[in-house]
Design a protein around this ligand. Structure first.
Ligand code: 5GP
Length: 193
């Protein structure tokens, strides 16, 4: 997605540890007009999939998921991140290793909000090693719902998550795929799509 790549080049900051900081427009301050274009693009790519629910993970996925959901006209559910000891009864749960914080946490979704009738699209801001998406996919599987695919705003293509998930047969659509980034020169190259 041209507009997104241009914005990443203009406002993205490369940090150590292969982290791309995009908090000027994506996950701290949020550019709502860009989000609208992102939402429309996800809709264009998944409009035939019969999506009736969008699932994301707190916190950064929520804004993108909500704006995207307006185009699909479906509800958004977000997985909550929880400490193990606080997990209450009627929930689907799995463990996820955090890319940015390095620790393992539980994610939960109430059983009330995912069922075998659902056709679920996953949405998230980043894809790196794929742990967050795998966790969300596991919650969908536990519920008996159908996973129709995953929409990612920025995939870091030099990390293994995207290719692993595609190999598993998940319909993955990433709006920008960063092929490489150089902290010293600030250069970002994107995969041709
Ligand atoms: P994964 O589970 O695929 O390794 O990482 C995905 C999660 O880690 C995303 O939900 C995102 O919040 C965070 N993340 C991974 N890489 C980056 C990055 O380069 N920049 C930012 N801002 N977040 C990232």
């Amino acid at each position: 997605m041209q507009l997104l790549e241009e914005r990443i080049r203009k406002d993205g900051i490369i940090k150590e540890g292969n982290v791309l900081k995009v908090d000027r427009f994506l996950n701290h301050q949020m550019d709502i007009h860009l989000f609208e274009e992102i939402g429309k693009e996800f809709y264009r790519r998944f409009s035939d999939a019969g999506v009736n629910k969008i699932l994301t993970i707190e916190a950064s996925g929520i804004g993108i998921a909500c704006i995207t959901a307006q185009y699909f006209d479906v509800p958004v559910v977000f997985a909550k991140k929880n400490q193990t000891k606080n997990i209450a009864g009627d929930v689907f749960t799995t463990q996820v290793e955090s890319y940015t914080h390095g620790r393992i946490y539980d994610i939960i979704v109430s059983k009330e909000f995912l069922s075998p009738n659902d056709r679920v699209l996953l949405i998230d801001d980043f894809l790196a090693n794929g742990r967050a998406l795998e966790g969300l996919a596991a919650l969908v599987e536990s519920s008996g719902a159908t996973l129709v695919g995953a929409g990612i705003v920025i995939e870091k293509g030099f990390q293994p998550g995207g290719d692993e998930l595609r190999k598993k047969g998940i319909h993955l659509e990433s709006l920008a795929i960063v092929e490489s980034m150089d902290e010293k020169t600030g250069t970002i190259t994107f995969r041709e799509q």
